[in-house]
Design a protein around this ligand. Structure first.
Ligand code: FAD
Length: 441
């Protein structure tokens, strides 16, 4: 097997692959990134529409807290970031309450989880161990399923606890948005790779990875259908979990049964996310009855309603724009993907949340933006979460093989930051360090 004139191949130009490639190129290695899509960024996918005053995110939107990985980039690239205002509400039984009550219920559940710890078990099993009231369980479920894109009867308590602790370390309860769109972050990573002499081949889908210790050969197909090969002594694999689970998606020769077993031990989470653009910010003129009197929706940033099909909503605040995002994760996402059209369900849910007729919302509606990550052949889902035993599976998935195959990507994050952009970047940087250490060995 020829190893060509490249030192390291990187499969995938998402946040993790670009971070790995940038670090490797900075260390003086000849790096080639092979990416199936015609763009970089993977699950970071921003649309710039002339008809929309703000960029529209189809994938990642928020910086969760103050993780070093993202903030370093934001500062190096001089990007403008704003913090989301704290006005968050819950709508239940036709009434609005601030989410303080909602969060304090969730916090109580997590405090108990921290206190009791115990064996790794499904979150739903943990919930059933105490007689928490139905509302508390519902709030905890909505949070866990929405945020982690998980099923509460599958996500493991150990992984959840790890994610909570990781979030506390990085002030994860604060949310930020990159005003020029998340794409600016990955564009910066892309520029760093190129500036340091790395190469990025877009529209090149890897079909097979042949390897032996010290040698890798990729067979990839270009957008025009032509096959080509790429060889190097080492490869960083950042394929999303959904592809690693399927032996037919990218063939490993010889096969890697331990990696397949590890991938099988982690779950792919699903999300339905839809941005609705309206003629104007009509909801700002509405008022709803709340526990502390009538409330105007002019300052609404987040609104949770466990009672509707699309249960989580947010606006563009602090920017005033006529767009809202509807979000459903886990079980709610599954229900939506099998039912009526997502946009129809979203319009219906938004009307119910606002307490107005569907016709009123429909008359304001201009356009919807969404992306089907579940059936996207190069994503096969939104992001990963660890079920019972999943923490060990994440560690096994991340482990290098024979100083030749290295693994990055959000699902290989073992610090509790899986499912995020900063978590993905951290794995790329970790894989780059592992490659450099293998060269010194
Ligand atoms: C709807 C949604 C909302 C999200 N919201 C947030 C958020 O607000 N904040 C946050 O931090 N995170 C969020 N995330 C998660 C975040 O987007 C991901 O964790 C992160 O972008 C994953 O990066 P990655 O490099 O691991 O994977 P990817 O970005 O998926 O990169 C993998 C790359 O591999 C490529 N590839 C796949 N198959 C092949 C092949 N055969 N050959 C060559 N290349 C291939 C893919 O095209 C892709 O570019 C969200 C994700 C989704 C889907």
């Amino acid at each position: 097997m020829e190893t060509g004139d490249t030192d390291v191949l990187v499969i995938g130009a998402g946040a993790s692959g670009l971070a790995a490639a940038g670090d490797l190129a900075a260390a003086g290695l000849r790096v080639r990134v092979v990416e199936a899509r015609g763009r970089v960024g993977g699950r970071v996918h921003t649309l710039y529409e002339s008809s929309s005053p703000v960029p529209v995110e189809l994938g990642a939107e928020f910086i969760h807290g103050e993780p070093r990985e993202t903030w370093e980039l934001v500062e190096r690239a001089n990007l403008l970031v704003c913090e989301l205002p704290g006005r968050r509400w819950q709508k239940r039984g036709g009434r609005l309450t601030t989410t303080d009550e909602f969060w304090s219920k969730i916090e109580k559940v997590f405090e108990r989880l921290k206190r009791e710890g115990g064996r790794d078990r499904a979150f739903e099993e943990f919930l059933s161990e105490r007689r928490e009231d139905a509302e508390t369980r519902e709030a905890a479920r909505l949070y866990v399923e929405g945020f982690h894109a998980a099923h509460s009867e599958r996500i493991g308590t150990r992984g959840l606890l790890k994610a909570e602790e990781a979030s506390e370390r990085t002030n994860g309860d604060k949310l930020f948005r990159v005003l020029s769109g998340y794409r600016s972050v990955v564009e910066h990573l892309r520029e760093e790779v190129l500036r340091r002499g790395g190469e990025i081949m877009l529209g090149t889908a890897v079909e097979e990875l042949r390897w032996r210790p010290g040698g890798v050969e990729l067979t990839a197909r270009g957008a025009g259908g032509e096959a080509g090969t790429h060889a190097a002594p080492r490869v960083v694999v950042t394929l999303p979990l959904g592809l690693l689970k399927d032996e037919k998606a990218v063939r490993f020769v010889p096969e890697l049964p331990d990696k397949r077993a590890a991938a099988a031990g982690i779950e792919v989470g699903h999300v339905e996310r839809v941005t609705l653009r309206f003629r104007e910010r009509f909801w700002e003129k509405l008022e709803l009855p709340g526990d502390e009197g009538v409330r105007s929706l002019a300052e609404m940033s987040f609104l949770f309603s466990p009672e509707v099909a699309v249960p989580t909503w947010w606006t563009a605040l602090p920017v005033r724009a006529p767009l809202v995002v509807g979000w459903a994760g886990g079980t709610a996402a599954d229900r939506l993907s099998g039912g009526d059209s997502l946009v129809e369900s979203a319009l219906q849910s938004f009307a119910e949340v606002l307490g107005v007729a569907r016709g009123e919302v429909a008359s304001q509606f201009v356009e919807a933006y969404t992306h089907d990550w579940r059936s996207d052949p190069f994503a096969r889902g939104a992001y990963s979460y660890p079920p019972v035993g999943g923490v060990e599976a994440q560690e096994a998935l991340a482990r290098p093989v024979e100083g030749t195959l290295f693994f990055a990507g959000e699902a290989t994050n073992t610090d509790g930051h899986n499912g995020t952009v900063h978590g993905a970047i951290a794995t790329g940087r970790r894989a780059a360090r592992e490659v450099l250490e293998s060269l010194r060995a």
